[in-house]
Design a binder for this molecule. Structure first.
Ligand SMILES: N[C@@H](CCC(=O)N[C@@H](CS)C(=O)NCC(=O)O)C(=O)O
Length: 73
């Protein structure tokens, strides 16, 4: 398990699923942080501070850089 990375995702998100499938195919385990899209958690102040575009998936690197596009992740 790499604790240098954290993936914000949602089980209901097809885009987040694309990244989880990639991680599984590569055998990479990283901490997953669920974001509840149904209740609008992606629009919360806390998540907006992580990714101002307010979408999942968002991959946060060890230095705090947040990447919020599947192809870039
Ligand atoms: N272009 C983005 C799209 C990400 C995206 O649209 N994510 C959706 C879930 S599949 C989302 O977070 N939607 C939040 C909202 O609509 O408020 C990517 O490729 O990662």
């Amino acid at each position: 398990m790499s604790n240098d990375l954290k993936l914000y995702h949602s089980a209901a998100s097809p885009n987040a699923r694309r990244v989880r499938i990639f991680l599984a195919e590569k055998g990479i385990a990283i901490p997953l942080a669920p974001v509840d899209l149904a209740t609008g958690q992606q629009r919360s102040d806390a998540f907006s501070a992580i990714n101002p575009r307010r979408v999942v998936p968002t991959l946060v690197l060890a230095d705090g850089t947040a990447i919020g596009e599947v192809p870039a992740i």
